[in-house]
Design a protein around this ligand. Structure first.
Ligand code: ZN
Length: 221
């Protein structure tokens, strides 16, 4: 079984279209989204139509929850806040409803968890897994969870990374391809489709091959 994992699309229709074209050529079995489908850019309804049309499973990001009115963008940056105000005005009732019903965490095919922000202290869309300390805390939550999996994909930081926890040691893996050790635990971020924040302007996502236990990061112009 091969999965494409996408995150932080942010209503960027051009980026989403380019990424899906590449994913289709990869012949994956399932596409999964880690949230922040909307916010910042200007094609939220069109992007959501694609997501729903292809039955792409997704968790809720902080922008999704703010755009659908589940919470206020109090701690958002000015540009993010402006994006939320604009998005709320332009979302169809159907889109708003869809965003409001997204879960915060999901177990996919009994194989891996997906979350937007972090797994600790409980699965959420707000915390940034951007340090080893934070990663360690989410590893604790992953080990304690009853999901019975050693793998969780997360988004939110817009930076691709794989954290590995093996025999009490945490390491950051920056390789393009990561083979998963069945004895280790993993927290993996595919990077952002719609809004790069790591110096490479291309859209970022990953392919997870469950049979080969391998993760391969990819970029698309
Ligand atoms: Zn985001």
């Amino acid at each position: 079984m091969r999965y494409a994992i996408v995150s932080d699309i942010h209503a960027n229709l051009e980026a989403l279209t380019a990424v899906l074209e590449t994913i289709d050529a990869e012949r994956v079995d399932k596409i999964v989204s880690l949230g922040d489908l909307v916010g910042y850019y200007t094609n939220p309804n069109e992007c959501l139509e694609i997501i729903r049309g292809r039955a792409i499973e997704s968790v809720a990001g902080n922008h999704d929850r703010a755009a659908s009115g589940l919470k206020e963008p109090t701690w958002f940056s000015d540009s993010a806040k402006r994006g939320i105000v604009w998005t709320r005005e332009h979302l169809t009732a159907e889109s708003t409803q869809f965003l409001a019903t997204l879960p915060l965490v999901k177990l996919i095919d009994q194989r891996f968890l997906i979350v937007h922000g972090a797994l600790h202290p409980q699965p959420n869309e707000d915390r940034y897994l951007a340090s080893r300390t934070e990663a360690n805390r989410s590893f604790g939550a992953l080990m304690r969870s009853d999901s019975n999996t050693n793998l969780c994909f997360f988004g939110h930081t817009h930076r691709r990374i794989a954290y590995e926890y093996l025999d009490g040691m945490l390491s950051e893996i920056a390789d393009e391809e990561v083979t998963l050790n069945p004895r280790a635990y993993y927290l993996v971020n595919p990077g952002s489709v719609g809004q790069s924040r790591d110096g490479d302007p291309r859209a970022s996502f990953l392919i997870f091959d469950a049979d080969e236990a391998a993760v391969r990061f990819q970029r698309v112009a």
